[in-house]
Design a protein around this ligand. Structure first.
Ligand code: AMP
Ligand code: ZN
Length: 463
């Protein structure tokens, strides 16, 4: 089955066809590092992670790039307030973001780009836009002329025709109903970090940053997927399209994937509203990272999700249900493998895939898993043959490669990995550490990690 995704650009569910299979060029708007990311932000990153993992499950190779917005109005204001240099102010938030991604089992991007390290490329892009009449300088800043791009407004589908004011706006964030010539390069203010440019000292606008980083990362080729939260559709992504397509004369992105905002008590969770929880807040209160991840991804990414502590408790119960089932799976033994178990697992796998193929319907995919567990809990009373166990665990491990929310019993190791682990143990015992290290690397290329413990090697599948 082909994966179908809702494309914000067309507004409909479309078959996902990458331009250069098996590779998928995917770009995610990363965090603005002026504070710790809140769990609303992580709803977007976790949904993007589910998408990435499911593409990988389907055999695609995802070239994933994310940026870090480490210079913008907010980071500059934050640094100023704390009397710190911009880099010193943003560094701890960048580190915290990396740690939080890890805590939530969100796979890191293959490449992470920082705005402050991509300034020359930004200047180059702005010069190109100026040469082709899409940008104009004014008082040391440079603006994008939106009337020069006929497709402006196609992504957000706002009736911007009537609302194109021709006025210029300097801020990174501004009124979301009116299209205005937005700033590509901002003239430096006193005491602000600034870089040299043909227009004098200044710094890039936020939209410029993402366009330049994504285009450079993919060598100016069309991206397959661009992801972000729904608030980025306008003006950020609309502006990214305008600049990028005017600079390259090519389609910028084929599929736009936008995640609906996480709400708290029916309101958008936002740093500016003060109604937000960081991941750290919740962990300090004793909540489990995997339960938080479960809450964030178990509701369809385009459906409203209201964060509640009850929801978090239920997520924990769901995770425990799988845990308890895995324990039950070990008990008893049946002499014959069961055809019925195999058929049930196969049926669940196909329901699981069908649900995810349908615009990443996570809720339905998980209910296929829980229906299976419900049935197998009854069968567990009779015990399982080891082939049944392997078949069930094989499926649950695959589910977990996509969802990464369960802590499962180890699936029995594939014979070749088992042989490598044994050979590595032998090498270690004979103190042939060079060989044992080589074997560890080979085991890693097969998707497993080995940790040496006092009880012998512990092998884990890389999620
Ligand atoms: P920011 O750091 O503000 O640039 O946001 C990082 C990402 O989080 C962007 O993709 C935003 O769209 C997304 N985001 C912000 N608030 C929420 C929310 N309440 N729920 C889901 N995603 C959000
Ligand atoms: Zn962006």
């Amino acid at each position: 089955m082909t994966l179908q995704l809702t494309n914000t650009l067309t507004g409909i569910k479309e078959n996902f066809v990458p331009l250069n299979p098996p590779y998928v060029r995917m770009y995610t708007c990363g965090p603005t590092v002026y504070d710790y990311a809140h769990i609303g932000n992580f709803r977007t990153y976790a949904a993007q992670d589910l998408l990435k993992r499911y593409l990988q499950y389907k055999g695609l190779k995802v070239a994933h790039v994310m940026n870090i917005t480490d210079v913008d109005d907010k980071t500059i204001a934050g640094a100023h307030q704390k009397h710190l240099k911009l880099d010193d102010y943003t560094a701890p938030f960048i580190q915290a973001f990396h740690e939080d991604l890890k805590t939530l089992h969100i796979l890191p991007p293959a490449q992470e780009l920082r705005a402050t390290q991509t300034i020359p490329q930004m200047v180059e892009m702005i010069q190109k836009l100026e040469r082709t009449g899409h940008a104009y300088p004014k008082d040391g800043s440079v603006y994008f002329r939106i009337s020069s791009f006929a497709k402006y407004g196609l992504l957000s589908k706002k009736d911007l025709e009537k609302n194109i004011t021709g006025a210029r706006v300097d801020q990174d964030e501004y009124e979301k109903e009116t299209a205005m010539d937005f700033v590509l390069w901002k003239k430096a203010k006193e005491d602000e970090p600034a870089w040299d440019s043909p227009w004098g000292r200044g710094r890039p606008g936020w939209h410029t940053e993402c366009s330049t980083m994504s285009l450079n990362a993919f060598k100016f080729q069309t991206l397959d997927i661009h992801t972000g939260g729904e608030d980025l559709i306008f003006p950020h992504h609309e502006n990214e399209i305008a600049q990028s397509e005017c600079a390259t004369r090519k389609k910028f992105v084929n599929y736009w994937f936008h995640v609906k905002h996480l709400l708290v008590d029916g309101e958008k969770m936002a740093k500016s509203k003060g109604n937000f929880y960081t991941l750290r807040d919740l962990i300090t209160k004793g909540h489990e990272p995997l339960a938080i991840r479960y809450v964030l991804i178990s509701t369809h990414y385009r459906k409203q999700l209201n964060f509640t502590f009850d929801g978090l408790r239920m997520a924990k119960e769901s995770i425990n249900r799988v845990r308890n089932f895995c324990d039950a799976l070990q008990a008893g033994a049946n002499e014959q493998p069961s055809q019925e178990v195999k058929q049930y697992v196969e049926r669940s796998r196909s329901q699981f895939e069908k649900a995810l193929d349908n615009d990443l319907n996570a809720a339905e995919a998980l209910s296929a898993v829980f229906d299976l567990i419900h049935y197998l809990n009854l069968a567990a009373k009779r015990g399982f043959h080891q082939d049944d166990r392997a078949c069930i665990l094989g499926f649950l491990n695959d589910v977990n490669r996509v969802f990464a929310v369960f802590s499962l019993e180890e699936e029995s190791l594939p014979a070749d990995v088992q042989a490598l682990v044994e050979a590595r143990e032998k090498a270690r015992l004979t103190k042939d550490f060079k060989h044992s290290d080589e074997l560890r690397k080979t085991i890693q290329t097969k998707g497993f990690t080995v940790k040496d413990t006092p009880h012998g090697p512990q092998v884990k599948k890389i999620l």
